[in-house]
Design a protein around this ligand. Structure first.
Ligand SMILES: *Cc1c(COP(=O)(O)O)cnc(C)c1O
Length: 403
């Protein structure tokens, strides 16, 4: 096992001195949280940078999603993609609504509007969509469906910092959108997130929800949470904002190098090429198709053995988790694309300062996968036995390639 491990991501941090000058202000003022001066500056700077009307900073995007659902009074059934990060489904569960999984589009891997429409019942209250890897959902179709059926439309836009479509920021869509500033995302405050809203009244209601629902010294108007962002986190964000354009440009170079070498590899399909619609170069997911010599799972293991930690993002599928797999909508029959994606998609290491030599290690492994080192062994009743570490899917490939 090589000791120079390449991780799937590595947070970009602003220069220490930049953060320190903000921290001096915090220490001097003793204003450490509760919407202090740095929080206010960061919030305003973000709204300008993202070109969105109103920003409510949160301690993380998961709480942001819960409060967005809560603010819109979402109970009843919420339709959400089966292929996403666990926080998407958990947020719905935490607000006490009923999860209804929908399938995804095989090209964008974001929610399939036709399947959303099929799953609407009289109990449906909201669509909670995800722009997967900042690949825009069919926002027009989802807005039409929400309007026709009188549903709330909320976007888990965790991946979408600085992502755009033809009309502007991806974060402008829906009643509310929630973006994450977790360390693994394009832009980070270490932990953090924001809810994007369209009018001041909503922003202020969301601000109160982040602070226990407190209005003033003698009034509490809603069942809020403590979801505030502290001055320390806002300071990291304010310092980092000055560097995010450079980070995204550096990520673009990494994406371009992946694309140049992988675009013609048989069996590897790239979902977010350098010119993909919502591009912010957040991730470089590949689909490992049946004509690639290894399954996604085995390729992932082989990479890991060589010190390359790619990530099967998203695996396992939400609808196969123990707490959700018995839901009627978790029936695999209804989720063929989501199941396929969870078996075949893997995100490659991607961060602004990924060294070209390290990226070449990843690319060399994928372009020249380890030769088939075993042949299928006949087994009783015509079932083939696969050596440990290989799965049935690899066996099928091996029979085509080197049996
Ligand atoms: C990262 C992520 C979240 C959670 O964001 P946090 O800020 O870590 O709470 C939610 N949804 C998706 C799709 C994510 O990738």
């Amino acid at each position: 096992m090589p000791d120079d491990i390449i991780y799937v991501t590595r947070p970009s941090l602003p220069p220490r001195e930049d953060v320190m000058s903000f921290l001096d202000e915090v220490w001097d003022s003793r204003f450490v949280t509760n919407g202090g001066p740095i929080h206010q500056r960061f919030e305003a700077a973000l709204a300008a940078y993202l070109d969105v009307p109103y920003v409510t900073l949160t301690a993380n995007a998961t709480l942001g999603c819960m409060l967005a659902l809560r603010h819109l009074g979402v109970t009843g059934e919420v339709i959400t993609p089966a292929f996403s990060f666990v926080a998407t489904a958990h947020a719905v569960n935490w607000v006490g609504a009923d999860l209804v999984f929908a399938d995804i589009d095989p090209v964008t891997l974001s929610i399939d509007p036709a399947d959303v429409e099929r799953r609407i019942t009289p109990k449906t209250r909201a669509i909670f969509a995800v722009h997967c890897y900042a690949n825009p959902c069919d926002t027009q179709a989802l807005a039409d469906i929400a309007k026709r059926h009188g549903l709330a439309l909320i976007y888990d836009a965790a991946h979408c910092f600085a992502a755009k479509d033809e009309g502007g920021s991806l974060l402008r869509h829906g009643d509310l959108s929630v973006v994450s500033f977790h360390a693994t995302k394009v832009f980070s405050t270490l932990e953090g997130g924001a809810i994007i809203s369209h009018d001041l009244e909503t922003k202020q209601a969301l601000d109160r929800l982040c602070n226990y629902g407190i209005v003033d010294e003698s009034n509490v108007d809603s069942v809020g949470l403590n979801a505030k962002m502290s001055e320390m986190h806002a300071a990291v964000g304010l310092a980092q904002l000055a560097h995010v354009d450079r980070d995204i440009a550096l990520r673009e170079q990494v994406v371009q190098r992946y694309w140049d070498r992988l675009k013609d590899v048989d069996g590897i399909r790239c979902i977010c090429p350098p010119d993909h619609p919502g591009r912010n170069n957040y991730a470089f997911p590949i689909v490992v198709e049946p004509d690639y010599p290894l399954s996604c799972r085995t390729l992932h293991e082989r990479l890991k053995e060589n010190g390359i930690h790619a990530r099967r993002y998203f695996y396992p599928l939400l609808s196969q988790l123990p707490m959700y797999r018995d839901l009627p909508s978790a029936d695999p029959q209804g989720l063929p694309q989501a199941i396929g994606a969870s078996k075949k998609v893997m995100c490659l290491p991607l961060y602004p300062d990924l060294a070209p030599e390290d990226q070449d290690r990843v690319l060399d492994m994928i372009c020249n996968p380890p030769a088939c080192d075993w042949a299928p062994q006949p087994y009783a009743f015509d079932v083939m036995q696969t050596p440990a570490g290989y799965i049935r899917e690899d066996l099928d490939r091996v029979q085509n390639s080197c049996a």
